[in-house]
Design a binder for this molecule. Sequence first.
Ligand code: CMP
Length: 395
Amino acid sequence: MSQLAIALLLSLGAFYSAIIAPLKILGVALSQSVFLPLDLFVSGLFVFDFFYHRNKISPSQKVMSIISAFPVELLFLFSSTPKALALFSVVRLYRFFSAYRVLVANRIEGRFYKLYFILLGVVSAIHFIACSWMALNSTSYLKSLYWTITTLTTTGYGDITPTTDAGRLFTIFVMVMGFSAFGIIVGNVSNLLMAKNRHSEAKKERLEDLAMFMRHYEVPRKLQIEIFSFYDHQIKKRLSDNDGQIISDLPLALRKEVSVYMKIKLIREIPIFKGLSRSCLNMIAKSLEQVSFTAEETIIEVGDQAEEMYIIDHGEVAISDEAGNYLATLKQGQCFGEIALLKEVLRTARVQAINYCDAYCFKKEDFITIGQLYPELEKNLKKVMEQRLDPKKAA
Ligand code: CMP
């Protein structure tokens, strides 16, 4: 089971407990035939999580995990004081932290998950307060829910007011909580939503500057299109314009290590690297070097010694034979220069950049070492080569 699935199941288990626990404390009659199996399923899930992650958590987290995994519902069957026992299920709210911890430990991060946890937390808190108001005023759940939401988000409409001192104290507490928590939640949620906009705004600004620059210097239309296509590509493949700057303060060794992961993210979508193991991709990423070619530059000449192969990251190259006859055009994601390396012969064709090209250079020594360790890489490349050498046979 994936870590993401475990985290989501744990969070739903904790959410279920957050909804059920106050109802049990209030003594609301819940159908045993429906809720007992659900309760047992949630307990089972928490027990599974404890055994699955027991070596990755601290002793205090272990204690909390054991307590919150305890199948309380079985005791309800035999106990005459279920309300007191229901307090036990409140401990299960701790599982929200377990779920979040699983996500963080596995680097499953993103705005969506944060918003998801905020939503579960807010709904649980509202339900808790509504149940408390219900207990204090012996009123219906719907009325309590209405009172909770109006008191938390405004200061209430005054149509439902506390009649006892306990009720007044509770109302003050909810009002204070409402305006402080509301501010924090609204701030956090808008920050999370703005995080993406910050990058896209910066990108938009950059493209606008570029357009103005090209208008000012009357850059020819064909070149403008090429420059825009290059920037568009640069922008799409990076998190932000200053990817390099973000890590520029790191010591060289760490920077090198991080840049391997940046490269993996870029190369794992390339067809010849698809389906390769993580360790193989890691080695490839470490060995690839970025190179660029200007329009019409000859990259490979027929009969040359082969020292490397290339993978196109952006741009196009034309392949032609010794007599100058056109053979093919290769684009982003395709590779060239593999035939001479795989067959150990001299270059079989001429490769010329059609426009500005960004490519990854895969050196012969690395190609041989990694190819020997991971035959699947050689298999992928051989497939490409066979198709080129004999398109009919490969089809
Ligand atoms: P290599 O012979 O090492 O150098 C020239 C490269 O051009 C060659 O490897 C192939 O990658 C590529 N190439 C040769 N013939 C074709 C073809 N018919 N279609 C596409 N690419 C080719």
